[in-house]
Structure formats: structure tokens, C-alpha cells
Design a protein around this ligand. Structure first.
Ligand SMILES: [Zn+2]
Length: 441
């Protein structure tokens, strides 16, 4: 009945009592029922709740937070971590990333996503928004890992009607696969890759499919200046206005990057209730030369959230680092240290992220699913605690996460993740095999 007795604790949901944790400055206990819901938060919570917990987790003064939400990534690209860096975006894609991706197998996507899930669990992320290929393998990996995901197939028709048919079919297949899994942690979305890789017809099909299925839309928008110039030349409209005429901007839409939006486009995103996923590490690494206009989006009432992008352009999935980089980049870009203060960075990674993905998580509130992480109060980065939010955003990284719980199930306890070594070995082998196949081709 204690956290030390791991016998069976990881296998399924149990009722849990997490004692002596700090939530918003208050030392409390958190009770989780066997259905995975937060039963109550407060002093001596279990007695008030009048239940009996299967397992006791002694929080030992740790900071308890909602699991972080990564609203833009390509999980399987963890296999490409460190494969190509310090290059011009177009060269990087055409000379290194796309040629290697041409050799990806379903097993690679499975192992890459498994690796990404381990990294996310370890750094306190319990939900992510994924866009890639062979997504049935990603779904299998997420199902096994125990975290939440919205999975979209990267729809790229390259303005070709035949290719569009194939992409529509792949999107429909993923929807059927995810529905068939009937797992409340896994949802599907449509993933029109971007306005420069998908035709207006393709974008319209995606918007209609999403409307009919009540699912999300995941798209890259205005990452580079060239994308804007090309879009204006081709359609006479900037990218946000262009995709809006195709029905893509909705309250269920997550638009990634948004670096080059102008003020009118930000207002359009606000009016449509779109979530804008800021990816500051990727943008800085690939030198997009402009930061997502966070103050304009916030003023317009859009939902700003946070993502890491794939591991080939970040090169990790640590949302703690991403919070800090976002706050620093915004201050630097606007030449104003009051922009994106720590509480707003934390909100982007929690409540705003959960809203973007349509999960009822992102806050520690009774009656919501128990996605909870415990951050050590004994690591140097958390000493002293003048201001816990400041430490979480500016001082700590994902390495200070001790325990990760998703939907009431313990995925990491006192930094131990069952089966981790097998996943790391499998992923390392898959990455090695992939690079060798590409070399000998
Ligand atoms: Zn991306």
C-alpha cells in the first residue's frame, strides 16, 4: 500500500492517494478513483472522501501540476534526433530529412513513437498532438504507452488529384482505426500538412471530413516568410485568409508555428476560435526570422498553446524547456520583458493545450481525469521556492519530474518507468537500421 511496493501498480488503474503535494501554494492530498478521475483535492482528502485507496504515493512536498500538453509534434521523428542540424530549412528537408523518411517502415514509426512517449512521460507530458505517416503504428504505441494523443495523418496531395485520393483514403483509414480502438485517451484529427503542400480541394475535403466527424484539424501555418509570399502570389491572400476560405479555421483547429501572421490574421484566428501552437525552439533552430505574434493572438482571443515540433528540429520533447524558451523568445522579439510572464507560459502548456486538443484535462480539479505530474522540490532548480511557477518555467526542466500519472494510471513512479530499457533498445536499433538502409540505397 505504499509507493515503494510497485507490485502491480503500473498494470492498471487503481484508486490512489497522493499525499503531501503542493498545488498552487497549498499543501494538499489528491485522491484518484479507480476510474482514473480526480475524486478530490484537499487536506486529509481521503478521509473526507471516505474511501480507501489501493496505493499511497507519498508526494514528499513535490509540486503537483496537470500533465503538460504538447500541441504540435511528429513523435516518430525522435528516430531522426541529431541526424541533421545547423542547415538551411529547405536544404535540411530536401537533402537530409525527406530522403531518410523515404526509407521509414511501419516498425520504425512504432519504435520512434514509443521512444517519444517514454521521453514525454519522463518530462511530464501526458498528451500530445501528432502528425505523421503510418499512424496506425503510432496509435498502437500510444495505446501501449498509456498517454493521450490526437493523431493525424499528414495529408500532402502536392496539388495532384490522384495523390489526393490516396490521402483521403489514408485519413479515413486512420479515423476507422482509432474509432475501432475505442480508447478514451486516443483521438484522431485530420492533418492537412500546410497550404503549400495541399491544394484548395484537399483543404476543403479535410474541413468537410472534420466537420462530419467532429474531429480536430492539425495544420502548419505561416512558418516561413516564403510561404506567405508564395501564397499571396498564388491566391492573392495571406495563408490564414486562404485556408479560411477552405473552411480550415475552426475552434477545433490547431495551427502550428504561426510565425508570420499579421495582425489581421491574428484577429481572424481569434474570431474563429483557433488554437495557435507556438514552437519557439524549432523556429529559432531553423531561423524562421520571426516569433509567433503572441500578444496579438492573445488580444484577439485566439488560444495560444505550446509545442515542441519534431525531434529533428528541437531536438527533444521537453515541454519545461519549451515554456522557458517561449517566454524568453517573446520577450526578446518584442523587446519587452513583461511579455509572456511565467503563469501564462505555464497556462499555454497546460489548460490552453488541453483546450486545443479537446481533452477535459489541463487543470487539477475534482471530477476531471487524473493527468497529474509531481515535480521534485528537492532538486537544486527548486531551491528556494520563492515562487513555484517561476521555478517551473525558468529554473527546472523535465528532468525534475518524479512521477507521471495519466487518466489515473501511474506511468512513472519515483523516476521509474517499467519497460523503458526495452523501448530505448528497440528505438536505437530501428534508427540504426533506418540510416543504414538509406545509406545503401
Ligand atoms: Zn511540424
Amino acid at each position: 500500500m505504499t509507493g515503494d511496493d510497485n507490485n502491480g501498480i503500473f498494470d492498471k488503474n487503481h484508486s490512489l492517494l497522493i499525499t503531501n503535494v503542493v498545488v498552487e501554494g497549498r499543501t494538499v492530498d489528491i485522491a484518484v478513483d479507480e476510474k482514473g478521475m480526480i475524486a478530490g483535492i484537499g487536506e486529509k482528502q481521503w478521509k473526507e472522501w471516505n474511501g480507501e485507496a489501493d496505493f499511497l504515493i507519498d508526494g514528499n512536498g513535490a509540486l503537483a501540476l496537470p500533465g503538460l500538453v504538447n500541441t504540435h509534434t511528429h513523435a516518430a521523428m525522435s528516430l531522426l534526433r541529431g541526424y541533421a542540424d545547423d542547415m538551411i530549412l529547405q536544404d535540411w528537408l530536401t537533402q537530409k530529412i525527406w530522403p531518410l523518411e523515404a526509407h521509414l517502415t511501419p516498425e520504425d514509426v512504432y519504435w520512434g513513437t514509443k521512444l517519444a512517449c517514454i521521453e514525454m512521460i519522463r518530462s511530464g507530458t501526458t498528451a500530445f498532438n501528432d502528425m505523421y505517416f503510418m499512424m496506425d503504428q503510432a496509435a498502437k504505441a500510444v495505446d501501449e504507452a498509456g498517454i493521450r494523443a490526437v493523431l493525424s495523418y499528414g495529408f500532402i496531395d502536392l496539388f495532384n488529384a490522384e495523390k489526393r485520393e490516396v490521402e483521403c483514403k489514408a485519413t479515413e483509414n486512420l479515423a476507422a482505426t482509432v474509432k475501432g480502438m475505442n480508447n478514451p485517451r486516443i483521438k484522431f484529427a485530420v492533418g492537412p500538412h500546410s497550404p503549400y503542400t495541399v491544394s484548395p480541394e484537399g483543404l476543403k475535403w479535410c474541413a468537410e471530413f472534420a466537420q462530419a466527424q467532429h474531429c480536430g484539424i492539425h495544420i502548419h501555418l505561416s512558418e516561413t516568410e516564403k510561404e506567405v509570399t508564395d501564397c499571396v502570389a498564388q491566391y492573392g491572400k495571406r495563408p490564414a485568409a486562404h485556408v479560411d476560405t477552405c473552411g480550415i479555421l475552426t475552434p477545433r483547429t490547431v495551427a502550428a508555428h504561426c510565425c508570420w501572421l499579421d495582425e489581421a490574421e491574428c484577429q481572424l484566428l481569434g474570431k474563429r476560435g483557433v488554437s495557435a501552437a507556438h514552437n519557439p525552439a524549432s523556429n529559432m533552430k531553423l531561423a524562421t526570422n520571426r516569433a509567433m505574434p503572441y500578444p496579438w493572438l492573445k488580444a484577439a482571443g485566439a488560444n495560444p498553446c505550446l509545442g515542441t515540433d519534431g525531434c529533428s528540429s528541437n531536438n527533444n520533447l521537453d515541454m519545461f524547456e519549451e515554456m522557458k524558451i517561449a517566454a524568453l523568445l517573446q520577450k526578446f522579439f518584442w523587446n519587452n520583458p513583461t511579455i509572456l510572464p511565467a503563469p501564462e507560459a505555464l497556462a499555454m502548456a497546460t489548460a490552453n493545450g488541453a483546450k486545443a486538443l479537446g481533452f477535459p484535462t489541463g487543470r487539477l480539479v475534482a471530477g476531471t481525469p487524473a493527468d497529474i505530474i509531481l515535480v521534485s522540490n528537492r532538486d537544486a532548480c527548486n531551491i528556494p521556492i520563492h515562487n513555484a511557477t517561476s521555478n517551473l518555467v525558468y529554473a527546472c526542466n523535465g528532468g525534475s519530474v518524479e512521477t507521471t500519472i495519466c487518466n489515473g494510471r501511474i506511468l512513472m513512479l519515483d523516476r521509474g518507468i517499467p519497460g523503458e530499457a526495452d523501448v530505448l533498445n528497440g528505438a536505437a536499433e530501428a534508427a540504426f537500421g533506418l540510416v543504414n538502409r538509406a545509406k545503401s540505397a
